[in-house]
Each structure stands twice: as structure tokens, then as C-alpha cells.
Design a protein around this ligand. Structure first.
Ligand code: CO8
Length: 295
């Protein structure tokens, strides 16, 4: 039996829309298509302010993302921005202008990014247009990043007298290396899709109109796999950014061992040996043969 989604926990707010299960738009259309089992779509919804990340939006985003993460029926999450102009043009500068060191210390604002980075469910940013400052930092807090050909990334904070404060100096450096991150953070220079791809900042660049569909397709491919294995794989890759190599290998080995004896491991390997498609827990039985066998 398929796990039921809880409509209360996944209710949208004015600032953060949730569609669960997500519906993939048909090619060349904004119309909703077929529901994607196990995939949730989260949309930042302040298009007139280029989805600037206000404190209220960040609070809603954190709540929504944690509720989705706690739902076993959600196996992949896509985050995108409303409209075609921006994923998010950064934190809300009007609000930031009023802050002091003390108010920021007391603020829950940073938690929005932290909560997205902390979820165990695989996350994918579907990024069109501007992803600047906190918007770039939010995209980088996701596990994978699908960029439209119209994307503009940047950490422009230095131009308004501050520095990236939601993980930008750390995640950008880990993603593209210190010398390149240093130049972008110190100058605030914006980069476009081709350069972002060359630098290794994005998973894939697609035509702008196909951004959301491509991210949802990737999410659906992940959601079709056993959730526990996907979560463990995410945790292992994430650890590479935080642990020295030896510690990372130890961590990977622990996660690897923990897979054994789980229903997914037992079923996945048995199905391979019996030359049949696996039946993952809580999912309808597959009708088609698998496309790939693990290499
Ligand atoms: N904050 C608030 N409003 C914004 C923001 C923003 N970051 N970005 C755009 N808007 C608003 C504009 O004010 C404008 O509103 P209105 O129509 O009411 O005047 C609307 O969105 C459209 O923007 P523009 O008219 O400026 O559109 P343009 O096409 O001329 O320019 C740009 C688009 C280049 C994206 C431009 O809007 C821009 O430079 N935006 C600011 C980018 C920026 O500096 N971002 C970094 C912000 S600082 C940050 O993110 C820190 C993160 C860590 C914070 C931690 C807090 C706890």
C-alpha cells in the first residue's frame, strides 16, 4: 500500500507553496501533468520581490521542509521560485537594513537555510533567473542544482557592505574551490549558466523553460528508488564536505553496513538474484522490468 500524504502537515502558506505529490508540467506548457509519486514541490512565492527571502518566508520554508522530511511518503523534494525571473534575489534587503549584530544573534532567520541543509530527504533546487546572495546560498544548501539557461548566480553582498552570511563563503568554496570562490565573493561578480557549469556549481544546465520539469524528473528518478538507501547515500556524500578523508571513509563504511538487514537491501538483492523487479516497501508492485541493473 502507498503511504498516504498528510494534507495538514503539507499545507501551503502565502509565502511558501507546497504541491505534494508534485505534478510535472507537460513539455512547453505550465499546465500541471501527472502526479509524481514520492515527490514534493516547494515554491518560494514572492515573485514581485524576486522571491526575496524575508524572515517570514524563511520561517515558513523551514517548517514546510521539516514536515516534508518527516513524511515517509516524501522521497525527494524540489525547491523552486515563483515566476520566471528569479529563484530568489537574496535575503530581503529592506528587512536586513534594520538589523544590528544583536538582533541578528537573536534572529531565527539563519535557521531557514540551516533547516533546508539539514533534511535527510534528497533535495533539488530548480533555478531560473536570479539566484543571488541568500538565494544562491539556498540553492547551494540543496543536494543537487538544476539550472535554467537564463540563470544568474552571484554573492553580491560585498556591494551592499556585508558578506555572505547564510553559508555562501563555505559552500561556494567547497563547490568551486578557494581561488574561484574568493574572486566571486570579493567582487560580487555574477556568473551565468555556462560558467556555473564549467565551475562545477550545478548538476546540469537545461533550456530555461524546461528547468522545473528537469528537476522534477530527477526527483522522480530518485523517488523511485528505496528511500533508506537514497537517504544513506546523501548522508555519505554530504559527509565528504565535513570530514577528513579517513573519517569520511569510516562514516561511509558505517552507513554501508547499516543497510544490511534492511527490507530494501534484502529485497533489492533478492530481486537481482531472482531476475525480477524489486518491490520496495510501501510502494505498488512494479509492472515493468527495471531499465538498469546496478553496475
Ligand atoms: N530584497 C528585497 N527586495 C528585492 C530584492 C532583495 N534582495 N531583490 C529584488 N527586490 C525587489 C526590488 O526592490 C523590486 O521591488 P519594487 O518593484 O517594489 O521596487 C523588485 O524586487 C524587482 O527588482 P528590481 O526592480 O531591482 O529588478 P531589476 O531587474 O532592475 O534588478 C536584481 C534585479 C539585479 C536582482 C536587483 O533586484 C538586485 O540587485 N537585487 C538585490 C540582490 C542582492 O544584493 N542580494 C543579496 C542580498 S543580502 C543577502 O542575501 C544576505 C544573505 C544572508 C542573510 C542572513 C539573514 C539572517
Amino acid at each position: 500500500m502507498t503511504e498516504a500524504l498528510d494534507p495538514i502537515r503539507h499545507s501551503s502558506t502565502d509565502l511558501v507553496q507546497v504541491e505534494c505529490p508534485a505534478r510535472r508540467p507537460a513539455a512547453g506548457s505550465d499546465d500541471a501533468g501527472a502526479p509524481l509519486d514520492g515527490v514534493a514541490l516547494v515554491t518560494l512565492n514572492r515573485p514581485r520581490a524576486l522571491n526575496a527571502l524575508s524572515f517570514a518566508l524563511l520561517t515558513d520554508l523551514g517548517r514546510v521542509i521539516e514536515a516534508l522530511d518527516a513524511d515517509p511518503a516524501v522521497r525527494a523534494i524540489v525547491i523552486t521560485g515563483a515566476g520566471r525571473r528569479a529563484f530568489a534575489a537574496g535575503a530581503d534587503i529592506g528587512e536586513l537594513a534594520e538589523q544590528t549584530p544583536d538582533s541578528l544573534t537573536a534572529s531565527e532567520g539563519f535557521r531557514g537555510w540551516d533547516r533546508v541543509a539539514a533534511v535527510e530527504t534528497p533535495t533539488i533546487a530548480a533555478v531560473r533567473g536570479y539566484a543571488l546572495g541568500g538565494g544562491c546560498e539556498l540553492a547551494m544548501a540543496c543536494d543537487m542544482l538544476i539550472a535554467g539557461s537564463d540563470v544568474v548566480f552571484g554573492q553580491p553582498e560585498v556591494k551592499i557592505g556585508i558578506i555572505p552570511g547564510a553559508g555562501g563563503t563555505q559552500r561556494l568554496t567547497r563547490a568551486i574551490g578557494a581561488a574561484r570562490a574568493m574572486e566571486l565573493v570579493l567582487t560580487g561578480r555574477q556568473i551565468r549558466a555556462d560558467e556555473a557549469a564549467r565551475l562545477g556549481l550545478v548538476t546540469k544546465v537545461v533550456p530555461a523553460e524546461e528547468t522545473l520539469a528537469a528537476a522534477l524528473d530527477l526527483a522522480a528518478a530518485i523517488a523511485a528508488l528505496p528511500a533508506g538507501a537514497a537517504r544513506a547515500a546523501k548522508a555519505a556524500v554530504r559527509a565528504a564536505a565535513e570530514l577528513p578523508l579517513a573519517g569520511g571513509i569510516v562514516h561511509e563504511r558505517m552507513l554501508f553496513r547499516e543497510r544490511f538487514g534492511t527490507p530494501d537491501q534484502v529485497e533489492g538483492m533478492r530481486a537481482f538474484v531472482e531476475k525480477r523487479p524489486p518491490r520496495w516497501e510501501g510502494r505498488p508492485a512494479p509492472s515493468d522490468p527495471p531499465e538498469d541493473r546496478p553496475g
